[in-house]
Structures are given as structure tokens and as C-alpha cells.
Design a protein around this ligand. Sequence first.
Ligand code: HDE
Length: 720
Amino acid sequence: MPKPTKTIDAKSADLAPFVQDDSDQYLTTDQGLRINDDQNSLKGGERGPSLLEDFILREKITHFDHERIPERVVHARGSAAHGYFQVYESQAHLTKAAFLQDPSAKTPVFVRFSTVAGSRGSSDLARDVRGFAVKFYTSEGNYDLVGNNMPVFFIQDAVKFPDLIHAVKPEPHNEIPQAASAHDTFWDFISLMPESMHMIMWVMSDRAIPRSFRMMEGFGVHTFRFITADGKSSFVKFHWKPLLGVHSVVWNEALKISGQDPDFHRRDLWQAIEDGDFPEWEFGVQIVDDEDEHNFDFDLLDPTKLIPEELVPVQRIGKMVLNRNPDNFFAETEQVAYHAGHVVPGIDFTNDPLLQGRLFSYTDTQLIRLGGPNFHEIPINRSISPVHNNQRDGSMRQVLNKGRVSYAPNTLGGGCPMQSGADMGGFVSYLETINAHKIRGKTEKFFDHFSQAAMFFKSQAGWEQEHIVKALQFELGKVETQGIRVRMVGLLNHIDVSLASRVAQGLGCAVPKTLTLPLNMSVPADANPDDYQPSPVPKSVGMSAALSMANQRSDGIKTRKIAILAADGVDETALNAIQKALVKAGAQSKIIAPRGGTLTGRAGSELQIDHSLLTTSSVLFDAVYIPGGAKSVAALLSEAQATHFINEAYKHCKTIAATDEGRELVEASHAGANPVGEQEKDPGIVLGAGTKMTNIAAEFMEAIARHRHWSREKNPSGPA
Ligand code: HDE
């Protein structure tokens, strides 16, 4: 039996021979020839034509001409990092997977986060599902858990995937809009696809606009199987739980970040790792015994349903840490090839019809994207456990297999490479009994499309529900075809009556009394369409606290970004005191001033400015602090951008703190229209005098840890 990987660096060591440092080296051609002049092409005379003979010019331009490969057909925009996974204790009672046995073993991982619909260059902040793909380089070969940040999916069967993606991508006649679902073709498709309703609730929630990749959950989505060494099977759903809590931005903020810093999530992940703030997730499993397969009112094979954590708790069995940025984006992040079908002994598939289609798609798509059958030899894709088989040749083959044998069975090669028994790590598929008709169909439970959508909506906090309503008003408001809007409102009415009426009110349309059937047009030509319509919603629909972000655990203010607004004459004692407290708690602070360069504080000390008001924005920060210093505050008051900064932070429900004269800036902003004491106290506004800095710092940090102060949205008027 192969031993689990013992060292964190097994994959880094494997990559090392391919990593190249060009410092102190001479410039050469691809053939290793040193180049004397890389600035002038070879010409017939100083004013003459370039010569075909110029192999240096030709090589350089030819390589450039071929630098691009097709972007991923979905999940084109992504960012990745290296790290490791470690199990807390042996899971031998559940699975024989080697990487889940030994708590002292660290399995290297490479994790890529992505949006789904946008092109490679699109904004990180699109309203979209996020991909969460983990490649474990285990001692038994690569295991890929290719998941999302939402636990369910739009469709129940892979055969509809191309339609879903065609509908959400930019429309084919004019390639508009980029990285957005707010257009007619998407909602046309969805309004005819009642099975999407649960996923639509997730995608219209703030989960679709995360604050950071580091603050997202991950899910395997499908039900998989665990298999023990004795051959005992159980069903398993996979979860990733971020230790920084689950947090999002608000929609108006997302729109603005897309302009201010479309690389917001990419930069955040990169910078956190560079700063040593390594993102961490706990690995969770929900286990269902084989005997309980049919004991749910949904089908475990239906990827539009989740198993509520209240029914089957999530057991946290290990931890993943991302601690190294890639050396080269293209070679690693762009060329990494994940596949839902890359499994190891101890993990197997179920017959989820969406998963089954994925098992075909991933290798197929790599063949065109990476250009041939040898993409597993690209350094980032190489397994750290040895690869031996008779698959030979093909485009860009790297390995030089020795000998005359490339077939099995053989005697000329001594029968090698040999098959291995299960006791030697050979993969054996789960012995599932199948006795069925060949049929294009699914079980009755697949037709309940609304119960879990309703459960999700009901389980949200008030502000979360309001954001879903607003998102639907926005998305459907962008739809030009009235019939599509009305059909959607009709579907929403089957999820929740108040949801439908609130969305309809924003759209200025009525809620249709009944669903217009047939809705689900993807029925066989000779079938009765009525048999393919949604089932009625059960009377009582449960709640699941775990579905609300409001109930997620959070770990203080670690890695949060705080803006400090200052100008010449700032009270540096107060500024330093707050900065020190923030840094001690693991947060970051940046000094923002009307211009770049350095500031002179009230007592004469020099302070480095991180950003000018021109080059940054409140949407790139989690909170803001304005220290005192009469001259500094007067300068800020004369800058419209400074008041705007506070107005915007206030509108996005962020914590605002000010000491001494700094309060004047808060009072001049919309946040000041709601001063402490006059109305219900806003815990997100912390005002004080510079003499009590320790108390103020503590109150400020406690308020930041709450992420946002949603009660402000009850009275949403105000500039910004
Ligand atoms: Fe994917 N998906 N997918 N998908 N998927 C791809 O593979 C596909 C689905 C997911 O960072 C493609 O290498 C089909 C569900 C992620 O490189 C492609 C179906 C889930 C990534 C493909 C699905 C995912 C992909 C495109 C329906 C969550 C990015 C490029 C049956 C569980 C991986 C590529 C990365 C990428 C097919 C549905 C997750 C075309 C046919 C459900 C995270 O093969």
C-alpha cells in the first residue's frame, strides 16, 4: 500500500526543476544561442526591408503569435494558490483514501477559485457562482474536488449544461453583456426551468458577491461515496468552511469595485499570502449510511438539493492552508486541469446525472484547451505518485518511455507495467447493483423544485431577504421581454408569496395567479408535458440556520482593511494608537490623504501616505477611521472626495470611527445625520475623544468584527 505523503513540499519539489530564474543570465534564442542585438531586426541596409533570414525576429514573433490558448469555456477567470491539507484524525472508519488516514501527513494542494460566466479579463465582482477547485497531490495519485461556493446547481442533468451556459454567456448576436446574468437569454431559460429555483435563490443572495475568496464556503455539490478498506460504502457531501467566516460585499459596492479594482479578489488572495495571512478552511463531511439513502424527501442524486445541516451535521475532519503563490500565472493557474473524475481509492461516484456528465466533460475540454492528450505531463498537473502505463506519443510528449513494449498483456516487458490488486492500492469501482430499464427519465422526488428554494429564502435574515429581492428586481429589471419577467415572478410566487409580490412591485408588474404550463419544455417528444411539471410544494417547509450568512462563525478582524483618512497636521498619537491596536488584532490599515507622498503630523512626525483620495475608494476597505488634528480635518473637509468616502462607507453599512476633530468630518457627512444618541444607537459609528484611545480601539474593532451594520438599510436614503 503506498504511504501517504509525508512532506508539505512534495509538489513544490516536483515543480522545482521547471522553475527558472532569469536574473544574471544572458539573453538567448529558444535554441540556447546568445543574442547580440534584440532591438534591431536584420535589414537590407539601414532603411531597407527586413530579411527573411532573421531567425531571431522570426522566432520571437512566431512564439508571440502562439502565446494564447483557448480560455476555459466556463470558469475562464480564476486565481490560484498552493498549500496543503491535513486530516485531524484517521477517517479509516469512513474511507480508505490514503490522504485521510494520517494526521501527521500534509498533502500538497493547488486550489483555483473562479467566476463562471465571464471571460478571462472580466471583473472579479460579477454576480456569479464561484468555482472552488482543489487538486490534492496524494500518494495514490491526484484527487480533484472540483466544487463551487454554493451547495446546489441550476440543473439536474448534464444534458442541459450547454443550454444553461449558452443562455448566461453574452448573447450570440452582439456579445453583450460581459460577465452578467442580467439579460434576456439567461432569464428566458431560467423562467422555463423550475428546477433552477433553489440555485437562483443562492445566486441572487450575497453569496454571489463574496468579500474575498478567503471568506467563501466551498461545496462538492454532488453526493459522492466513501468506501472503507472492508468495502463498506456510505454517501458523502463535501464542505469547505472558511476560518475567517463567510462574508460578502453589497451589490452597489460590487458594481463600484468592478471599476475601482476589477482584480479585487485576485489581489486580495495574492496579497494575503504574500503577507503571511494564509487562508484556511476546515474540510467537512456529511455522512449518510447506505441504508438511509431513501429516507429523505429529496433524492440524494439530485444536485438541486442540499442535505440540511440540521438533518445531517457537518463533521469537520481536516484543515486546508494556502501558503504559497504560484510562480507563474500561465504555467500554473491557466494550465492546471481539474477533473471531477480524478479520484483515489476510497472515493467514488454516485449516479447523480449531473456528475455523470461532468465525468466526460473535463478531459474532453482539456484536449482542446491544452492541445492534446499529454496535458497530465504539464508540471502543475503531474501526479507526485509515479505514472506508468502504455499511453504513448501524442502532441508535446515529454516522457521517454524505454523499451519495445507499449501494450498489455505482454511477456516481452515482463508483464509490466502491472495491474495492482485492491490491497496494493489498485482502484476498484464500488460494486453497485444496477437492475433497471434504459430510460431518459428521473425519479418523482426530482420534481419538487420549490421546497428547498423556500427553505433557503425563509432561513435568511431580514437584510439577506431584502438583498435577494433587490437582486431579482435588478436582474429582471434588465430583462426587456415582459413575458419573461412575468413568468419569473410566477415561479417566485411558488417559493414565497411575499418574495414574488416584492419583486413584482419593483418591476411594476402583477403576480400571475397560476404558473403558465408547460414550463419545463425539455420533455421527450412523445411524453405528456404534465408529467414533467413541478410537484406542489409541501405545506410545511423547514428552516436551516446554516444557510444564513448572518449565522456563520467569524474570527475577529484578522486581515480586514481599514482606511485612515488624514492630512498634514493629523493627531499622530491617536493615529498611531489605533493603527497599533489594529495591527495587533491582525488587521491592516492604510493612510489615505488628499495627495501622495508623506504627511507631517501635528507634533511634527513624518507619516508615509499609502494612497491618495484619487487612487483609492472606500469600497476597497472594510472600515474607516478619522483621527483628530484641526488642520488635518479642515483639509479633509475641503475635499469633496473625503466626505464622499464617508458617505459611501456609511451607505455600505461599514464601521466608521473618529476621534476629536475627526468627528467633524463624520458630522458633515450623511453618517452625521444619524448621530449617536438622537436615534437608536448605530454600533457601527464609534466617536470619541483622544484621551480614551484603548476603549475607542476596542469598540472600533468589535464593530468591524460584525462586518456590516445592516440596520442602516432600513433608512437607505443619502448621497453616495
Ligand atoms: Fe464544471 N466545467 N461543469 N461544474 N467546473 C468546467 O472544465 C461541466 C459543474 C467547476 O478552476 C470545465 O477545465 C459540466 C458543477 C469548476 O479550472 C468543463 C457540468 C460544478 C470549474 C466543465 C458542470 C462545477 C469547472 C471548463 C454539468 C460544481 C473550474 C474548463 C454537468 C460542483 C475548474 C474545465 C478550474 C470547469 C463542465 C457543472 C465546478 C467544460 C458539463 C455542478 C470549479 O469541463
